[in-house]
Design a protein around this ligand. Structure first.
Ligand code: NAD
Length: 339
């Protein structure tokens, strides 16, 4: 069993912890929190040993009825690998600690590529991870873009990508962020950071991205155009998506045309935390003009799509499962993907 420590038990950390627990070949040996919060109670509820950076805060946790297993250094030492899911920028500060302890670590998309020196996506570059000490799972938007672009690049070759990201303003629990009534250019200059981020995984792809933020909390919406190298048809493209285990087709017959209805659907499926781990590609939007011009809309659940990627990244860095398809199959099966 691979021993996994989760540093930062927030939006991403708590989901990765539950996903690790669902796998047959890995276990959570501890999670960390910086202060007493609802998520600290959830850690206790789920039976995850809780570690804290500052042992001076131990009495506050104990007063709240939450047992502290020790300090985070003790947790790191007991782990084979650390999933660092702290807020963006904190991972960079934690890197020297993992280096000193000689521990493998996975950073998240809030960190720059250089923090790990290797950016990861399971379908695109799983095999390159072996022998790396560090990896970074690219952000939610980049994960969604990489999955789609890589799938079409493998099938038809991609000459260039132009994409617009309509981004959720805040996560559902984030009461401090807006906008409440605005569409914010993010940034007003072009390109947005997403294109360069995709190139950390797919360096040969010609991509330009634009982004804006809108007042919603559940999912980003991408409007994507790609020029393909090889002529194809809409049906062939749909077949590629049907055969991809992390691209889900939102069927025309479902009548779903918004993030809100898609959220209802994932909720009705009984998905934990209403998580949509796959790209939600709207079938009706999939178009191929003149044989080579591809278009689609896809929904990306920001809190969820990076979770299975973190699980595959654990196996890839540990070198325990050599075949990417096998790891992806194991992850999907344990999480019970049903679309
Ligand atoms: P979050 O704020 O929900 O959770 C971060 C957790 O880390 C919190 O529990 C916080 O208490 C804890 N923490 C804060 N400082 C810490 C420290 N110094 N040491 C240990 N723990 C600390 O953040 P999040 O949304 O889960 O984001 C985590 C990472 O994942 C970021 O890099 C982010 O960019 C990336 N990411 C976030 C999303 C998203 O939509 N939320 C999607 C993809 C990637």
């Amino acid at each position: 069993m691979i021993k996994v420590a989760i540093n930062g038990f927030g939006t991403i950390g708590k989901r990765v912890a539950d996903a690790v627990t669902a796998q047959p070949d890995m276990e959570v040996i501890g999670v960390s929190k910086t202060s007493v919060s609802a998520e600290a109670y959830i850690a206790k509820e789920h039976g995850y040993p809780l570690y804290i950076a500052d042992l001076g805060k131990k009495p506050a946790f104990e007063k709240a009825g939450i047992e502290v297993a020790g300090d985070v250094d003790t947790m790191f030492k007991a782990a084979d690998i650390v999933v660092d899911a702290t807020p963006g920028g904190v991972g960079e500060k934690n890197r020297p600690i993992y280096e000193k302890l000689g521990k493998k670590a996975i950073f998240q998309g809030g960190e720059g590529h250089e923090v790990a020196g290797f950016s990861f996506n399971a379908h695109a570059n799983y095999k390159e991870a072996e022998n790396h000490q560090f990896a970074r799972v690219v952000s939610c938007n980049s994960t969604g873009l990489v999955r789609l672009i890589h799938a079409l690049d493998q099938a038809f070759g991609v000459a260039r990508v132009r994409a617009v990201m309509v981004r959720r303003a805040a996560d559902p629990n984030d009461v401090k962020r807006g906008p409440v009534d605005a569409i914010v250019l993010n940034p007003a200059s072009i390109p947005s950071h997403h294109g360069p981020d995709v190139k950390t995984v797919l360096p040969h792809i010609d991509i330009v991205t634009l982004a804006m933020i809108v007042p919603t909390t559940f999912m980003h919406m991408h409007s994507i155009q790609m020029d393909l190298k090889k002529e194809t048809t809409r049906d062939e493209v749909l077949k590629v998506f049907e055969n991809h285990s992390r691209i889900g087709l939102v069927r025309k017959t479902m009548g779903i045309k918004s993030n809100a209805e898609l959220r209802e659907y994932t909720q009705d499926l009984g998905r934990p935390r209403t998580d949509l781990w796959e790209n939600g590609v709207f079938e009706e939007s999939v178009s191929v003009l003149d044989g080579k011009e591809f278009y689609c809309f896809q929904a990306i659940h920001q809190e969820a799509d990076v979770v299975p990627e973190n699980i595959d990244c654990i196996r890839a860095l540990m070198g325990t499962v050599k075949d990417p398809d096998e790891s992806i199959r194991m992850t999907n099966e344990a999480l019970n993907f049903v679309a």
